[in-house]
Design a binder for this molecule. Structure first.
Ligand SMILES: C[S@@+](CC[C@H](N)C(=O)[O-])C[C@H]1O[C@@H](n2cnc3c(N)ncnc32)[C@H](O)[C@@H]1O
Length: 294
């Protein structure tokens, strides 16, 4: 099961928003949505997720809330289309809990993790134009190097990109373990046994590229605030520094434009207790913005 991170903090973020509809762009297994619906009777949730398995689970889990929960298999960057379908033009809030769920991550078939041997996929939904196999086996060396550096902040980006291209000339790189071992081989031996696996940054970079994770986050941050009514909030949980930076800058420019106020001067992070119980929460950062009249 996927354990929702910063659950109480999310419920608290929406405690005082005006009655109405909350858009949850990353409904996943519906953990946050269940807690939100239980916390207040005067809110409804319109949700999206690109992963059909997660959506089906959430729909069953929240069936007892009837019309108060409805979910679409859509990218959250298509928020305007979803609201149009639902004939909604005003929201009391927006929630995003970015990234992949534990279930996606641990499913070897989805190919997200170097801990499980599986095909190089890394697509969150089934509508993604590219997958990790194509990035690794078809992209130019310079493009691979550029995402490893830009999205992975990987200091051995050039060496890894070169090793990938050399290896695929012999045979395609088909599995997560093949890619993991190749990346480890690019690290100096004294750095191979640290707490963090050397393949972490490469896998993160490829996942971000495959799912255009920074692009869709930028798009919703431009598109969505205009739907949120006065005293409504936008709450976003991110799991790596690139996403957090985008959220921080977007909130700052909304505040500078007089659209509202930043509630979290510093991001809210998990307590030691939560980190002990759920290691995924270690890197979670929650930022909250409250809208004035738009
Ligand atoms: C961390 S999980 C969310 C878990 C959820 N809050 C819960 O309590 O169960 C992230 C979910 O967002 C989905 N997702 C990620 N990026 C998305 C996007 N751009 N559009 C729609 N869904 C997305 C993933 O498929 C995954 O199910």
């Amino acid at each position: 099961m996927h354990t929702p991170v910063l659950l109480e903090e999310v419920v608290r973020a929406f405690k005082d928003v005006p009655a109405g509809i909350i858009f949850d762009g990353t409904s996943g297994f519906g953990g946050h949505d269940e807690a939100l619906l239980a916390s207040r009777e005067d809110i409804e949730i319109v949700a999206t997720d690109v992963d059909q398995d997660a959506l089906s689970y959430a729909q069953k889990r929240l069936a007892n809330y009837g019309k108060r929960f409805c979910a679409y298999k859509e990218n959250f960057s298509n928020i305007a289309r979803v609201l149009d379908l639902e004939k909604i033009n005003r929201l009391s809030g927006i929630l995003l809990d970015l990234g992949v769920s534990s279930l996606q991550f641990d499913n070897a078939e989805k190919g997200f993790s170097f801990m499980h041997d599986g095909p190089l996929r890394m697509t969150m939904g089934d509508n993604t134009p590219i997958d990790a196999y194509q990035v690794v086996n078809e992209w130019e060396e310079e493009s691979i190097e550029s995402i490893l550096r830009g999205y992975g902040e990987e200091r051995f980006a050039r060496k890894i990109a070169h090793a990938i291209v050399e290896a695929r000339e012999v045979a395609p790189i088909k599995t997560t373990f093949e890619l993991r071992d190749l990346v480890i081989g690019c690290y100096p031996s004294f750095m191979r046994k640290g707490r963090i696996n050397p393949a972490t940054k490469t896998f993160q970079a490829i996942r971000i590229a495959v799912n255009d994770e920074l692009g869709v986050l930028n798009r919703i941050l431009v598109e969505a605030p205009r739907f949120v009514i006065q005293d409504g909030v936008i709450a976003i949980i991110s799991f790596h520094s690139l996403e957090d930076r985008i959220v921080k800058h977007a909130f700052r420019s909304l505040a500078d434009g007089g659209k509202g106020e930043i509630i979290t001067k510093r991001p809210i992070v998990a307590t030691e207790e939560e980190i002990m119980a759920n290691s995924r929460s270690r890197s979670a950062k929650l930022r909250i913005f409250k809208l004035h009249a738009y």
